[in-house]
Design a protein around this ligand. Sequence first.
Ligand SMILES: [Fe+2]
Length: 379
Amino acid sequence: MRRVPVALLRPGMKVGRALYSSREELLLNAGTILTARNIERLKTLKIPALYVDDGFLGDVAVDDVITGEIRIRAIAQVRELMQEQDAPSMGVGRAILKVRQITETVENIIDQLLANRSLVVNLVDIRAIDDYTFGHCVNVCVLSLLTGITLGYNREKLLRLGMGAILHDIGKAAVPGEILNKAGRLTEEEFIIIKQHPEQGYRTVLKMPGISPASAQVVYQHHERYNGSGYPLGLKEREVHEFAYICGVADVFDALTADRVYRKACPVHEAYEMVAGSGNHLFDFRVVKAFLENIAAYPVGTWVRLSTGEIGLVTENRRGYPLYPRVRVFFDGSGSPVEPFELSLGEHREVAIDGVVEEGVVFSDIISLVDSRKKINFP
Ligand SMILES: [Fe+2]
C-alpha cells in the first residue's frame, strides 16, 4: 500500500485504505477499483491523496497506530463539539455528554497506543482540505499521547495530556471559516483574530465540566515557544507547561505534513528535520527527542534515492531506526528497472538515503515506466 497524490491516480487502481468524511460517511471502501468518476469526486471534495494497492507494494500493509474506527469516531466527535459549542442548543447537559464521549474516546486511544507500542507513525492522515481542523485535533492527540508514553507518563497523566491535545484548537470554532481556510496571505487584522484562539479556547474549556486544569493549560499555551517567541503570553523555558510543549511539537509536525488550502504538504522527512532542529529553541529538547522516537522519517511508500544511485520504495520502518528503513529497490544506479529486491538499511550502514524522489515530478507514470522497462531520465 502506498499514498498516491490524487493528480496521479488512474482508473483501475485499487483503493488500499478506506476513506471517510469527517461525518463518518464512507467515501471509498478498501478494495474498490477506481473509476474516472471516483477520481473526479475526490478532486471535487478536495481530497489530496489516496492510499492504493498496486504492483509495487500490494503485499505491504501499513498499520495505523490506532484503528480506523476509533479515528473516525474521534474526528466526528470533535467536529460536533466544535460546531455546537456556541449554539444555543448546547446546554450544560449536552456539554457534559459531549465531554464524556470524548473522554471515553481518548481513553480508548490510550489503550490502543499502549497495546501497539512497537508501531511507529508511518501513515499520513488523509483529510479533505476544508475538514482540516477536525482530523488535525485527533492527530495531535495521538502524536501527543505517543510522546507522553515515551516520556513514561502514567494513565492519569496521559488522559489529562490527551484531553488537552484533542481540544487544543477548540478556540478556532470562534474564528470565521473564511479566515481559517483563506488561500492567500492573512492580513495583520486576520492574524490578530487567529492568534486569539488559545485564549478563546481556554475560556471555553474552563466552562466545560470535568476538564482538568492541566488540560486547560494545553489549550492556552500550545503556541508558546521555548525562546519566548510564542503567544499569547510570550512565556519561555520552564514557564511553559510540559504538556503544552508536547502538544506544540505535535501541532507543528501535523500542520507541516498536511495539505493546506494555501500550500502543499511538506514531505515527512523535511518536517522531521525541522522538528529535530527545534530542541531548546522552540520546544523543550526532551520533548522533541521523545516525539521523534515515534516517527518514521521516511514513511512506508516513500520513493527514495540511495547513496548507490538505486531507487526504491520504503517497505518497513523499525522503532529506533528512523533514518534506516527497509527499501525495495526497483531501479539500478543508472536508472534502469531491475528485478525488485529488498535492502535493510539498518543492516547495510554503508548505504544511506540520499533523497526523496517525488512521484509526478521525476516520473509522471511510474507504472508504465516499469512495465515497459524504460530507463528513468533525471532532470
Ligand atoms: Fe492552535
